[in-house]
Design a protein around this ligand. Structure first.
Ligand code: MOS
Length: 710
């Protein structure tokens, strides 16, 4: 058939488009899970443990059940039995809620109070008396903890690397930089608290949830509650930030499903800000030792990197900081180690650029230290150690443009004028310095499906279980579909975040857009083929339109192996007041190479957001654990400072053209790379300003005044 004659058009991708749901969001018309009214809705409020280790001795439900509006108190004594082994990426015992009386950390869910209103549920939760048999706990992380051990084998584990002869390499090195770096516990703090509404409707479990991937969440719930996968439908139309916290751990979702199954009423559970500090994964503290052995000219012979982080006794999560050291620089020998220390603390999880963010702080700081030792410019040092192929994998790069990022960034930042000596530039009471660091993030793709329907009114409807967690994914997918169909984005309807649309990768790992785009492109090809075989024109289509489906599972499995990453270079200028210890970042510049950029507007948002977080990581963010109680001393937004407007200067982000068709869509993903290297660029600038090296984050006033002590 003939489709409407395409008007002359420019490509939709690569040009700025404002968010499709932007108007709905700024007018308040867009509703988040916690805002949507449901008939007969009951409200669940989580009760969490106040002790760090022990057993629940008693739960005094009678008093609370007599309170106004209270419908139920769920606790280990009366909860539904869940199926073990469920999890997003392998079994995760954090999902086994209210299954036994064991308390593994402060903030562990021990009960759910369900009531007619949220206020009544909260009042019930506040009044619930739980007694514990307390046991001694250990929440103090240190790299020389006797419990330090290698990570357990798992498909997600980062294997240790022993390549070449590091000992001989170190012995032969003219210069060895051997340093320890630490980063503290950090928390995502998505603006929208986690929320889920669950109800049974016509024999199906319907869940409205705030998550990063509704298909994955539906699969997890089906397994946990022993339901047919087809029985579960999960939707998440609008999500107010995720950063890795909305997918892996689902205490609110699991307990809402449990409560609705018991009570036969829709139930919604919303986490409080404080609960978000213990229940949705966080970035664990890291203690990292980096040893670089180099020739006198800075060419690396040896890269050694050992990272240790705490995990819980519930589930092992290891911060994979060696992701950075295994791909950035060439060397003759590598020794890379990932270690964990199980403690009585909440289970860490994925947080924006997991592994990459803390790993890049250590490695990019160590490279700066090496540059100073050998007297080579930090950018020249990086160029000198540019690998031909994956330094550890040996695989060809799908594309690698770190050099171009460093050179373009240096030009725009004015790096050539820099005096390499530290502590020589002043502006009144301020010491000034500049720093650079390299960024990288894996460019992965996950199997996804998509469907596109040609409608009789001449429009197209795309269905894909994507999630738009504030990134602008919905808008980018509209641009991608428009180009694939050769129509304008206005004639494309994008429907996302409904598990009924089928398998799709989640908005995680910087893989969302890349994964969904591939499936949409395949579906568009299939649809155009179908339409070409039909007589008439689009007005002659049946009322339900004509639909084509695509599934990239096999295409993905057939791909040759490549090492595929996005790269970047980050520059920072800081001013340090040596009298007060205050550090002000004056400007930051990031230049990235991340394949095809679909929407420059939202891409720039992602880079700047990530870089802001790098600044925040460098100077502000720190979860302080009180080892006496085992809980956080600052588990709220009053005590945990995230960079605010007053902390953030002009941040510029841009990118270079990069064509890479390892993913046929040309997309590498860019949601996380903005935070990678940012903290190191700031820390390196602080060294350049003051001559004092900061190896422990955050670079607080106290640390500046104490000369960078731990
Ligand atoms: Mo992201 S931490 O990969 O959701």
């Amino acid at each position: 058939m003939t489709t409407p004659a395409a008007p002359p058009r420019t490509s939709a991708t690569g040009t700025p488009h404002t968010r499709r749901e932007g108007r709905a969001k700024v007018t308040g018309e867009a509703r988040y899970t916690g805002d949507i009214p449901f008939a007969e809705l009951a409200h669940g409020w989580l009760v969490t443990s106040t002790v760090a280790r022990g057993r629940i001795r008693s739960v005094d439900t009678d008093t609370v059940l007599a309170m106004p509006g209270v419908l139920a108190v769920l606790h280990p004594g009366n909860a539904l039995r869940l199926t073990p082994g469920a999890g997003l990426m392998g079994p995760d015992a954090n999902l086994q809620l209210l299954q036994d009386d064991r308390v593994p950390h402060v903030g562990w869910p021990v009960a759910l109070v369900v009531a007619e209103t949220q206020e009544q549920a909260r009042a019930g939760a506040d009044a619930l008396v739980i007694t514990y048999d307390e046991e001694p706990h250990d929440t103090a992380f240190r790299a020389d903890h006797p419990g330090l051990r290698p990570t357990a084998p798992s498909p997600l584990a980062m294997p240790d690397v022993d390549q070449g002869d590091p000992d001989a390499g170190l012995a032969a090195s003219a210069v060895v930089v051997d340093r320890e770096y630490t980063t503290p516990e950090e928390f995502h703090n998505a603006m929208e608290p986690h929320a889920a509404m669950a109800r049974w409707e016509n024999g199906r479990l319907e869940v409205v949830d705030s998550n990063q991937g509704s298909y994955a969440v539906a699969q997890v719930l089906a397994k946990l509650f022993s339901l047919d996968a087809d029985t579960v439908r999960v939707r998440s139309e609008h999500v107010g930030g995720g950063f890795g916290s909305k997918g892996l751990r689902l205490p609110h979702t699991v307990l809402a499903v449990m409560a609705t199954t018991i009570l036969h009423r829709p139930v919604r559970v919303v986490l409080t800000r404080r609960q978000m500090f213990s229940l949705v994964g966080h970035r664990p503290a890291t203690a990292q030792r980096v040893r670089l052995g180099a020739d006198a000219d800075g060419r690396l012979r040896v890269v050694e990197h050992e990272t240790a982080s705490p995990t819980s006794t519930v589930h092992e999560f290891a911060e994979q900081s060696t992701r950075h050291s295994r791909t950035l620089y060439a060397a003759d020998a590598f020794r890379l180690r990932t270690r964990v220390v199980p403690l009585d603390v909440p289970t860490p999880g994925f947080m924006r650029a997991p592994g990459w963010a803390p790993g890049s702080f250590a490695v990019e700081s160590a490279m700066d230290e090496l540059a100073a030792e050998v007297g080579v410019d930090p950018i020249a040092l990086r160029l000198r150690n540019e690998p031909e192929a994956g330094p550890v994998s040996g695989l060809p790069f799908s594309s690698r443009n770190l050099v171009a990022c460093l050179e373009e960034g240096a030009r725009r930042f004015g790096w050539a004028d820099r005096d390499p000596r530290p502590g020589v530039r002043r502006d009144g009471r301020w010491l000034l310095g500049t720093g650079v660091a390299a960024s990288a993030h894996s460019a992965g793709v996950g199997a996804s499906t998509a469907a596109i329907t040609a409608e009789a009114d001449g429009t197209y409807t795309v269905r894909v279980t994507a999630a738009d967690i504030g990134t602008g994914a919905r808008t980018a997918l509209g641009q991608i579909a428009a180009d694939a169909l050769e129509v304008s984005p206005e004639s494309v309807r994008i429907r996302i975040a409904d598990s009924d649309f089928g398998l799709a990768w989640l908005a995680g790992g910087s893989m969302g857009t890349a994964s969904w785009a591939w499936a949409i492109n395949e579906a568009a090809v299939a649809l155009r083929k179908k339409l070409a075989d039909l007589p008439g024109d689009m007005a002659d289509l049946p009322p339900e339109g004509v639909t084509a489906h695509a599934d990239t599972t096999e295409l993905l499995a057939a791909r040759e192996q490549r090492e595929s990453h996005g790269y970047g270079a980050q520059f920072a200028e800081v001013a340090v007041d040596p009298a007060s210890g205050e550090v002000r970042v004056r400007r930051m510049l990031g230049i990235f190479a991340v394949g095809r950029v679909v929407n420059p507007l939202t891409a720039r948002n992602q880079f700047i957001g990530g870089m802001t977080w790098g600044l925040s990581m460098a100077l502000h963010e720190e979860g302080v654990r009180d080892d006496a109680s085992g809980g956080l001393a600052n588990g709220d937004l009053a005590g945990y400072h995230v960079a605010a407007n007053a902390d953030v200067p002009l941040i510029e982000a841009d990118w270079i053209e990069e064509h890479d068709t390892y993913n046929p869509s040309g997309i590498k993903g860019l949601g996380e790379i903005g935070i990678v290297g940012g903290a190191a660029a700031v820390a390196n600038a602080v060294w350049h300003a003051t001559g004092v090296r900061h190896r422990h984050l955050p670079i607080s006033l106290e640390r500046v005044l104490s000369g960078g002590r731990r």
